[in-house]
Design a protein around this ligand. Sequence first.
Ligand SMILES: [Zn+2]
Length: 94
Amino acid sequence: MPPISQQDVEKALEEIKRDGMCRNRRSTVYCLVAGERHYPPKQVLRLAHRHRYGTELARAHGGEPTNRPLRNLGFTVGECKQIPECQSWIKASR
Ligand SMILES: [Zn+2]
């Protein structure tokens, strides 16, 4: 997993906040929680990688391989207790 920075992740969060997310991208019980919003960690990692390297991350594994680098950057990632009701990250705020 090539390194990404906190700034890359923040850009990814902005992008998801702006564009919303497709519901079927939800494939994990984990959420990255920032402010009052929940984000899908895998998608965050994918977008962050694209911001930094200009290419999609070929493979993103769910669970710890995804969560650990995000946590190491200071983000909160945990099992979401609101599954399957958690949809806060799906709605785009405009
Ligand atoms: Zn959640």
